[in-house]
Design a binder for this molecule. Structure first.
Ligand code: COI
Length: 357
């Protein structure tokens, strides 16, 4: 589909450079955004790039009441040779559609998804921070826009993409984080929408997130909804545990988000002589094996978080320190390898990188 590019006011280079210097996460956006509409008769239509700004929505729009919304989190990286790279963007396109199907929304042709992302990123490449300073965060989103309060799927949808420079997700940078393991709150149950990247899952996590912050923790580790025993994910990141020469993570049971970074880490780990296990890991096992030293690292992985070491877990008012509480060598090696590929400093043996333009 042809994407029309509309005139937009362009921010001056000095201001863009100032905004890129210290971007934080998800607070600065570029000059333009992509938009397309869907309805039964026309399918996807009116694809255009327009000035970044508010979206007029009917107050009865489905997304505002029944949360028909799906999104993705991706990054574009600025290489030293001037090229702009995306990392496994087709996986985001595929997950976007899997999420859309679960939320009873239309899918987007993979080529159209890619065109939307690459056209916008190509136009906004001045907003990409240099290597070492961050990346351009890309947020493809789809919402139900029909004005109707009956509980049913919307007849009309808006697919849009916004981008902006980001640094590290945590204000503390890549320092090890402290996590609250909750027994009171559940993120998602099997059969629900846990595997979909949809706003409802994040809304469900906010209260526990606030309590965690009050306890001095930066994220919440959720346990499975049925037995309240096995670790699942952090709400915005997947989790790995290192036991000797093995790294283990929760299986994709349907209540966990199938992370692109999770998948990439599982592919890279054997290159460091590590075995990879997808298995249930109970919080009891974590407690015991952190104490006897056979669990030496726990780390969070995600597009936003990259690879972030977890220094300690707070569970039932007890502090479980992992290793020496610092960044373990496997976390560091995997971080270096992954970011090395993303920024073009290391060979892309798995052919994960796609260039823009
Ligand atoms: C990401 O890692 O890109 C995410 O979407 C997680 C979170 C910031 C919502």
């Amino acid at each position: 589909m042809k994407i029309a590019v509309r005139e937009a006011p362009i921010t001056s280079t000095e201001i863009i450079e100032a905004k890129k210097a210290n971007p934080g996460f998800g607070r600065t956006f570029s000059d333009r955004m992509f938009m397309a509409r869907w309805n039964e008769e026309q399918g996807w239509h009116d694809a255009e790039i327009v000035p970044y700004g508010p979206i007029p929505l009917d107050p009865a729009a489905n997304v505002l009441h029944y949360a028909q919304e799906v999104f993705e989190g991706m990054k574009a990286y600025s290489w030293e040779d001037g090229r702009v790279a995306l990392f496994r963007p087709e996986m985001n396109g595929e997950r976007f559609n899997n999420s859309a199907k679960r939320l009873c929304m239309p899918t987007v042709d993979p080529e159209f998804f890619m065109d939307a992302v690459t056209t916008l990123v190509g136009l906004e490449k001045d907003w990409i921070p240099a290597d070492g300073k961050g990346a351009l965060y890309i947020r493809p989103t789809m919402i139900g826009t029909e004005a109707a309060l009956g509980v049913k799927a919307s007849t009309d949808y808006l697919f849009y993409v916004i981008v902006g420079p980001v640094g590290s997700y945590f204000p503390t940078g890549f320092k090890p984080i402290r996590i609250w393991v909750t027994k009171e709150y559940v993120r998602a149950a099997v059969g629900g929408i846990g595997f979909a990247k949809t706003s409802g899952n994040y809304a469900a996590s906010l209260l526990a997130g606030k309590i965690a912050a009050e306890k001095g923790c930066s994220q919440v580790l959720y346990l499975d909804a049925k037995e309240n025993k096995f670790i699942e994910e952090l709400g915005g990141m997947n989790v790995f545990c290192r036991f000797g020469k093995t790294i283990a993570t929760s299986p994709l049971t349907g209540s966990i988000l199938p992370g692109v970074t999770r998948n990439s880490i599982m592919t890279l780990a054997p290159e460091f002589g590590l075995a990879v296990e997808e298995r249930n890991i109970s919080i009891g096992e974590i407690k015991e094996r952190a104490a006897d030293g056979s669990l030496s690292e726990v780390f969070a992985v995600g597009t936003a978080a990259v690879v972030t070491a977890i220094g300690s877990l707070l569970y039932e008012d007890e502090e479980i320190t992992i290793g020496d509480g610092g960044i373990g060598d496997v976390s560091q090696q995997l971080y270096d390898r992954l970011t090395g590929i993303q920024y073009g400093r290391l060979a892309d043996a798995h052919k994960w990188v796609r260039f823009v333009g």
